[in-house]
Design a protein. Structure first.
Length: 344
């Protein structure tokens, strides 16, 4: 019984973290212009976040690139406002979503912040990227061993600050999917060199070429998204459908099948999916089909290797998660296919 309760607790925590990460991801890719997300945020919390970032930058880049100054690179110039607003969003979101169950109503209430940060990213992300890239290039120009020195410093920082905590978590959750995966990773990757060798084995010329093509496609999509005003268009749609879905038997945003599916379907009787979203969905489908066609064999081999190393309880948990994801996706697909718009 204790093992079962522990597994349920770990699974629920993981689900909560996945929802949080999904929301933060939407904030980055962009979905009320000029909104100050930092309003009401404790200034000491912002200072603490910046101090933590400075400590990390010093630990990892202090020796390999002494000239690197995080305040100049991230907290001023082209990045100053975007980084501050993103930091404030992270602080707010940590509190806002610290609830037992995330509802669609809760998501609807956060769309304005996500929209604001997304629009700001459209305006400022490129210049911020250039500022960071220039700083990194300066590090490379002044230290021929910059990459290796930085990797070594990151490995040392991990071992000194996090390795014991990660190992303890893995021990406490042994027999769960997450616990087993962490144990497997710690057994296989004992150093940064192990990770690099593993990645090097994966990076064939074909994979590198595909990754470069995907990056170029993603950049073009982002530029088109911002140019067409898709952030606010998508925000208005999400706010509307989330509010409509919230209520009745639809009380948990991690569940779509059933009442939430019915309420979403009814929303489409009077509203249509924006082409901004439809175009992204179609690009995602194309990418998925390409990966399946070209890498299905390799991915199946990796899955089999991982599955063969999992405990019986972790494997059962993995199967349960897979069945649930497949089931939820089928419900989402049914609503999407019944209401797919015609877009150019």
């Amino acid at each position: 019984k204790q093992w079962y309760q522990r597994r349920v607790r770990v699974t629920n925590n993981l689900r909560h973290r996945l929802i949080m990460r999904a929301v933060i991801f939407l904030a980055i890719v962009g979905v009320a212009f000029g909104l100050n997300i930092c309003k009401g945020v404790d200034k000491n919390a912002i200072k603490s976040a910046y101090a933590t970032a400075r400590t990390g930058a010093t630990a990892i880049l202090g020796a390999s690139c002494p000239s690197f100054n995080l305040d100049k690179v991230a907290f001023s110039g082209a990045c100053k406002s975007l980084v501050k607003q993103a930091t404030c969003y992270g602080i707010k979101a940590a509190s806002y979503y610290d609830v037992g169950t995330v509802s669609y109503g809760l998501l609807a209430g956060d769309v304005k912040n996500i929209e604001s940060l997304g629009n700001q990213a459209c305006r400022e992300a490129e210049a911020c990227y250039d500022q960071v890239a220039a700083a990194m290039q300066n590090c490379l120009d002044n230290n021929a061993n910059f990459v290796q020195d930085t990797i070594d410093a990151a490995e040392l920082a991990y071992k000194n600050n996090f390795e014991a905590q990660v190992a303890a978590f893995a021990r406490e959750n042994q027999g769960s999917l997450l616990g087993d995966l962490i144990n497997m990773a710690m057994d296989q990757f004992t150093s940064a060199d192990d990770i690099r060798e593993f990645i090097d084995d994966l990076l064939t010329e074909e994979v590198v070429a595909d990754a470069q093509a995907a990056a170029a496609e993603a950049k073009a999509m982002a530029e088109s998204w911002c140019k067409d005003g898709c952030t606010s268009i998508t925000a208005n749609f999400l706010k509307g459908i989330f509010k409509h879905m919230n209520g009745g038997g639809c009380t948990d945003a991690s569940v779509f099948c059933g009442e939430c599916q019915a309420r979403a379907a009814s929303y489409f009787t009077r509203n249509s999916l924006p082409c901004c979203i439809e175009n992204v969905v179609q690009k995602g489908i194309e990418a998925y089909e390409y990966v399946v066609a070209n890498y299905e064999g390799a991915l199946s081999d990796y899955a089999a290797q991982i599955g063969g190393s999992l405990s019986a309880s972790a494997l059962a948990e993995a199967e349960s998660i897979k069945d649930r994801v497949v089931g939820e996706f089928a419900c989402v697909r049914a609503v999407y296919e019944a209401n797919q718009p015609e877009c150019a």
